[in-house]
Design a protein around this ligand. Structure first.
Ligand SMILES: C[S@@+](CC[C@H](N)C(=O)[O-])C[C@H]1O[C@@H](n2cnc3c(N)ncnc32)[C@H](O)[C@@H]1O
Length: 305
């Protein structure tokens, strides 16, 4: 990945996210997934406050720093997973913030960088780590896991309808080292079942499941949501944009739990916000996006009689 990357990631639901963040003068905010800084730039342009930016991908963070240079000391950066946001934020004097944004998943640049192994379209090593200092890679899972564990992974994290057949074909023909080899096996499984061509490539779900496992995304998200909630002031808002049903389920559950059971705020989006037809047309990556928003409130104590 080069440092001066071209503008290859279009922020999704940017206008809607910024509106829901309800940015006031002097607001302190956190962008949990700064990526190439698209949303961050919009936030910093909207308020004269401060923004703390997280990303677990060190190379991406360098690009964001360069792109947000014009905002000087109003923006700070942390190379860390948002799962550890609380401690990091407090040590940067962001212990109480007005708004937090999560724009989950990976950026178009990460997807398009073949050497990261994130896309079935670009031939690269079966890596998929967002933080390259971590040990677990997609190659290890694909080549070492038992068939039954692969089946569960593809079902649980990918909603893959042919999980069993795919896992079986993988175990029969492994080892694999390249993304395209793996993608071809999935295509073969689908072809045997009469698949022709479709808008969504058949390997999409298997790749998504592997990426989620390599980066332990569901656990990180659950931890990140709790950390963010703790950092919010009363009336502070949490905006979360997700890109598949597994992620959206975690967000929805967390908000319902906070709102209904713990009575600690309210959900501002009864139904998730989705991109307009126009946005989907000019940015096809936005098609699966869902945005949910929560506002932290004063905890109501129910008096027992
Ligand atoms: C969809 S991109 C964000 C794009 C950004 N909003 C923009 O407008 O350019 C998601 C980013 O989140 C980062 N990421 C994914 N999981 C993370 C985690 N657990 N902690 C911190 N960053 C994470 C990825 O490395 C990626 O850069």
């Amino acid at each position: 990945m080069t440092k001066t990357a071209p503008n290859v990631h279009t922020p999704v639901l940017e206008k809607e996210a910024i509106e829901f963040m309800k940015l006031t003068p002097g607001a302190k905010c956190i962008d949990m997934t700064v990526g190439l800084g698209g949303h961050a730039k919009a936030i910093l342009s909207r308020t004269d406050g401060k923004l703390l930016c997280f990303d677990r991908d060190a190379e991406t963070l360098e690009i964001a720093k360069e792109r947000l240079e014009e905002f000087g000391s109003r923006v700070e950066f942390v190379h860390s997973s948002f799962a550890e946001a609380g401690e990091q934020a407090r040590s940067h004097d962001f212990g109480e913030v007005n708004a937090v944004l999560f724009d989950l998943g990976v950026s178009s640049l990460q997807l398009d960088t073949a050497e990261r192994g994130l896309s079935h379209k670009n031939d690269g090593p079966l890596d998929m780590r967002l933080d390259r200092s971590e040990k677990l890679t997609a190659a290890y899972i694909v080549n070492a896991w038992k068939e039954k564990d692969l089946v569960s992974l593809f079902r649980e994290y990918g909603d893959e309808p042919l999980a069993l057949q795919t896992a079986r074909a993988i175990c029969k023909q492994r080892p694999f080292t390249r993304t395209v080899e793996l993608a071809n096996i999935v295509v073969e499984v689908y072809r045997r079942r009469g698949w022709r061509r479709s808008r969504i490539h058949p390997a999409t779900r298997v790749f998504q499941a592997l990426r989620m496992m390599v980066n332990r995304e569901p656990d990180a998200l659950k931890a990140g949501l709790s950390e963010a909630f703790e950092l919010l002031v009363e009336g502070g808002r949490m905006v979360v944009i997700s890109f598949h049903s597994g992620e959206d389920r975690i967000v929805k559950r967390f908000f319902v739990e906070q709102g209904k059971r713990l009575n600690s705020g309210q959900i501002l989006t009864k139904k998730p916000i989705t991109p307009s037809a126009e946005e989907m047309r000019y940015n096809s990556r936005s098609r699966s996006a869902k945005m949910r928003v929560f506002e932290k409130g004063v905890k109501q104590h129910v008096k027992k009689v």
